[in-house]
Design a protein around this ligand. Sequence first.
Ligand code: NAD
Length: 291
Amino acid sequence: MNANDFRIAAVLGAGTMGHGIAQVLATTGLTTRLYDIAPAPVEKGLAQIRANLDKGVQLGKVDAAARDAAVARLSGHTELLHATDGADVVIEAVPEKLELKQDLFRRLSAALGPQVLLASNTSSLSLSRIASVARHPERVTGMHFFNPVHLMKLVEVVRAEPSSDAAVAASVELARRMGKDPIVVRDAPGFASSRLGICIGLEAMRMVEQNVASAEDIDKAMVLGYGFPMGPLKLTDLVGLDVRLSIAEYLAREIGPSFEPPRILRDKVARGELGKKSGRGFYAWDAQPKS
Ligand code: NAD
């Protein structure tokens, strides 16, 4: 299993993450098959990739010939085993539901030889539980990309209990080939990024609750004092308060009470203040430009 020899990739799920992963694989030079359960999401994903690449050309960041070559390497599919036939690597980016991912890994691993790397883009689920249903579970890893995939450099490569050294090394190599800067994390709840990011976010919320400072000033403290590109409360508004609440509840169950969601977070979600997408969270977005 050598990622430098990978020629064909399949991406399962053409949504926010799947289309981004497929875009980067295709621009890296791999023949890339984008699979979803129906033609509409496949078409939408392919159209988003073309739009991203066109924007890259307009901004002078992508060469027009490179865009055309990437588009030519992409195809859309609604038949799972057609999309994955002959693939060297399959990256799964379907909704965050354990049974759904397990069902896919069960079917894929029965159909594909043990040399095929099977990676999941799960942001929180246990990789070991996903791998547990697979034939040859040693070739299963996590490859946790960040949104938007074509811009964000980090990939968390997650080592599940059964993952082989070869599968982890191939995942790291593939991420580097895609122009990313990977880290390797043991399969622990929240991996590295979510666990630490949520921890800072929850503490910032408790500080608002306790009137330590305003949301703007707490964010400013981290941006100006610590060089964060964005404060933890503004980031929470962009991610969605409901999304952060469910991650905090999961981490509180799995790791301990330090991740217990603060009352202010529960109250805001109950009132429908979900952040930018609802117009209000820790900031009022309806009064600000949507960007
Ligand atoms: P999304 O809802 O945008 O896309 C999911 C896609 O999967 C949809 O197009 C849906 O039609 C498709 N789908 C549903 N069932 C399927 C099946 N059985 N087979 C194939 N496709 C199926 O979701 P997303 O935000 O792209 O998230 C996908 C995964 O990536 C999740 O595990 C999520 O936790 C993880 N993730 C998301 C982000 C993010 O910022 N959105 C970041 C990192 C990781």
